[in-house]
Design a protein around this ligand. Structure first.
Ligand code: 13P
Ligand code: SF4
Length: 324
């Protein structure tokens, strides 16, 4: 089959209509993360955080899943639903957190702590998942750690900020892998204090991938879905938002009468975009559906070994009523 390399649609509406036609013809579903560009979020069958997306991928009953997110998310979808073809519009859509934890180095790190179990944040490669006992997301990390005995020895990887946050609020002493998200880790208390001075009536809400000093200033800390639910139900009218700017689209849609201010990365930028999430475009989404590539393929053994800790996470989350 000759691959289509470029689109020639006269407008975005035509492009969207073509995606919708292909989605129906090919029995495909589109799963999107909240950090995707608004037009992809609006077109998706489901938009969510990593936990919701993992669950949707597991339950998906389609021939194709197009994952509008980053590589580790599409990999997780393939692990949970190996008989379904999983496509990622741009294979370069990686993640600095996942990249910060190379499997060979992590193996040595693990060997230094032989009596520890491993909890890994879902933002890691399939190879790291195979070396983990339980996976977590920002939507269930605290509860998963809290569900373990107080004296359980734990390695937490790869996000030192999320791990440090859990250590503080759950009074644990987990050994942390030294990884970070390049988008959240650069948000500063200075930028936030400046915004707080300009908007004294605004509450600060933050993603737990932010630095500890930022999280200490926050009135609410949670996953993208948790932040979204918080701003929907809270009576406040104005929020300073410490995470990736894509989330503002849903916040504004859900609460049109509220004001949301994103924490800038520096004085020259009023945005805060993840360079990997933002690689996906409508055009690439169309082309990947049309050509059925790039596809995520994983070795059967990796799927088997990486699936067990993800299933453990989903089971604990169900037991704790975090998901249905
Ligand atoms: P959640 O949407 O699960 O909070 O994750 C945020 C993130 O950084 C995904 O890469
Ligand atoms: Fe990775 Fe951070 Fe981008 Fe999420 S926002 S995909 S954690 S680099």
């Amino acid at each position: 089959m000759e691959l289509e390399k470029k689109t020639t649609f006269a407008s975005n509406d035509e492009l969207i209509a073509a995606i919708n036609k292909l989605r129906e013809e090919k029995d495909a579903i589109i799963l999107a993360h909240y950090y995707q560009v608004p037009e992809i979020q609006d077109l998706a069958d489901y938009v969510g955080d990593s936990l919701g997306l993992a669950q949707k991928a597991e339950q998906a009953n389609a021939k194709i899943i197009v994952f509008a997110g980053v590589h580790f998310m599409a990999e997780t979808a393939k692990i949970l639903n190996p008989d379904t073809k999983v496509l990622l519009p741009d294979l370069e859509a990686g993640c600095s957190l996942a990249d910060s934890c190379p499997p060979d180095e992590f193996k040595k790190f693990k060997e230094k702590h032989p009596d520890h179990i491993v909890i890994s944040y879902i933002n890691c490669t399939a190879a790291i998942k195979t070396m983990s006992d339980i996976i977590c997301t920002s939507g269930n990390a605290v509860q998963i750690v809290d569900s373990l005995p107080e004296d359980e020895k734990i390695i937490f990887a790869p996000d030192r900020n999320l791990g440090g946050y859990i250590n503080r609020i759950s009074n644990r002493n987990m050994v942390l892998w030294n990884g970070t998200c390049e988008v959240h880790d650069i948000l500063t208390t200075e930028a936030i204090i400046n915004l707080k001075i300009q908007h004294p009536d605004a509450k600060l809400i933050a993603h737990p991938e932010c630095k500890g000093q930022v999280l200490e200033l926050a009135e609410f800390v949670g996953s993208t879905t948790a932040m979204l639910n918080y701003t929907k139900t809270d009576s406040h009218k104005k929020y300073i938002v410490a995470t990736e700017s894509g989330i503002l689209h849903q916040m504004q849609k859900d609460s049109p009468n509220k004001e949301f201010i994103i924490v800038p990365t520096d004085d020259s930028c009023s945005c805060n975009d993840c360079p990997y999430m933002k690689l996906n475009t409508l055009e690439k989404l169309y082309l990947c559906l049309k050509n059925e590539t790039p596809e995520i393929n994983l070795d059967a053994k990796i799927i088997e070994d990486a699936k067990a800790p993800i299933i453990k996470m989903l089971d604990i989350s169900k037991k704790l009523n975090l998901i249905k």
